[in-house]
Write a protein that binds this ligand. Structure first.
Ligand code: NAG
Length: 463
């Protein structure tokens, strides 16, 4: 447990350094990070060092120079300096009584002041060294090309109202992986879901301390929800990080993202049906709820992939019908049990606030997903930070967190009800259906991807 925590912390530190770098360093011009400090050939740092003479420690002046190539040279120099050091040594040899005299105490005060100044100087130097870290990272990847404008990428890559910050196509994989630390139009999209992934992972660890996921079958739906949340955030990270490589990979990774979303819909459905349902509603939907949820997940995966595949040849409205209608239907169906609870809520329901939160977050998600409000108001200003897809990512992660929390509360407080409603075989059945959903969605994505490939081959030939 403790080791996991350490690893998480190390990851967290690496990621934060990376994030800071991508926030503050404009990689299009790495030279700007050269400071006067590095170009200076003069003594860049004067410090006092303590030298031992006949058992006493005495200060002496040293000078450290740093040259352009980074090499350091430390010298004890300057006659005045040495003179002062010698005086201090002599002073040390004086008998105890004499040293208490007033000139001595003035001197020790000035010595203290020098030490303080030296500390401040050192702090300043190390701050300057920290400022070099981004440059070192850039140097570690010398082949990182800068980002380009929208006019320099093919039109299917362009995003409305985003003018700059596009990564160039057809670079090697390493470039796209390392672009995690670069400033470009997808940086924030990647980092938001990467942080969400780590938060879900921490949540899973926290849950595992109180919930026995292995032996308690009633906890399996909760586990499915957390695992599906981890999968969708990971898929989204991969899609936004690597989807800019080429047109084929763009489709490939975004289809992966759609598979992630579809299996997360199933994860939501299973907790809503297992823990949130009440007795009357269970009577109506019992046999149908999960099979229909599976079907709708697969349908929305197909709709999203197919809509993307035909995005050049279909009018936007028809495409939206393919992409939005199945997902909306799936959401309405999967959340119907929660909706009923929200409509007929009573005061003694501890999870109701979180259910309300997840629905509110989801509706605002849907809003920002559909309407690019910010970038439309400030076109070209939101290239790096502020486009609505980023807000969508943040809100979706909040929605998932609320949902996990609400489901955990339901899992703890409604045990009597759900263990009575659901037969002992159901958790295993639902886990099996989850696997089926995953496989079928992956097959659907592969099928549409094959069509995409044929289409791309055709256009390449006709050129
Ligand atoms: C960012 O640029 C990539 C190409 O590198 C493009 O595929 C993607 O659509 C752009 N995304 C946004 C949000 O501008």
């Amino acid at each position: 447990m403790k080791e996991n925590g350490n690893v998480l912390w190390i990851l967290w530190t690496i990621f934060s350094v990376g994030l800071c770098r991508s926030l503050f360093v404009d990689n299009e011009n790495p030279q700007t990070s050269l400071t006067a400090f590095e170009t200076s050939k003069k003594c860049s740092r004067v410090f006092l060092s303590m030298r031992s003479t006949s058992g006493h420690w005495a200060p002496s002046c040293c000078c450290e120079s740093q040259y352009l190539d980074g090499s350091l040279e430390a010298t004890v120099e300057r006659a005045g300096c040495l003179q002062r050091a010698r005086e201090e040594e002599e002073e040390d040899r004086e008998p105890e009584g004499l040293r208490r005299s007033s000139p001595g105490s003035t001197r020790s005060a000035s010595f203290m002041a020098t030490i303080v100044m030296e500390r401040i100087g050192r702090l300043f130097i190390s701050l300057q060294q920290i400022r070099q870290v981004p440059r070192m990272l850039t140097e570690a990847a010398p082949s990182m090309p800068g980002t380009v404008r929208d006019t320099e990428v093919p039109c299917y890559f362009r995003e409305r109202y985003v003018h700059a910050g596009y990564r160039p196509l057809e670079q090697n994989w390493r470039y796209y992986f390392l672009s995690l630390f670069q400033r470009h139009n997808e940086t924030i999209n990647v980092w938001t879901h990467l942080l969400a992934f780590l938060v879900f992972l921490a949540k899973l660890r926290e849950l595992a301390e109180t919930v026995d996921f292995l032996n308690d079958r009633h906890s399996w739906p909760l586990l499915i929800l957390v695992v599906s949340s981890l999968i969708y955030s990971a898929c989204s990270v991969v899609a936004h990080l690597l989807g800019g490589k080429s047109e084929l990979y763009h489709y490939c990774f975004f289809f992966l993202d759609y598979v992630g979303v579809a299996q997360y819909q199933y994860g939501s459905a299973v907790v809503h049906f297992y823990y949130a349902v009440d007795e009357t509603m269970h009577g109506y939907v019992r046999g149908a709820f999960m099979p229909v949820a599976t079907l709708l997940s697969c349908l929305s995966c197909f709709g999203c992939c197919y809509g993307k595949y035909r995005c050049h040849s279909l009018p936007t409205t028809v495409r939206k019908v393919f992409q939005v209608v199945p997902s909306a239907l799936a959401y309405i169906w999967d959340s119907s049990t929660v909706a009923k609870r929200l409509l007929f809520w009573s005061g003694d329901d501890p999870a109701i606030a979180y259910h309300f939160g997840q629905v509110a977050f989801f509706l605002s998600c849907a809003f920002f997903f559909t309407f690019p409000v910010l970038e439309r108001c400030f076109p070209g200003r939101c290239d790096f930070l502020g486009h609505s897809h980023q807000i969508f990512h943040v809100l979706l992660s909040c929605c998932t967190l609320c949902q996990i929390h609400a489901s955990h509360l339901d899992f703890v407080t409604r045990r009597g009800l759900y263990s009575r409603l659901h037969g002992s075989g159901e958790p295993a059945l639902f886990a099996g259906l989850y696997a089926v959903t995953l496989v079928v969605c992956a097959l659907i994505a592969a099928f549409v991807l094959r069509k995409v490939k044929q289409m791309l081959d055709l256009t390449a030939k006709s050129k």
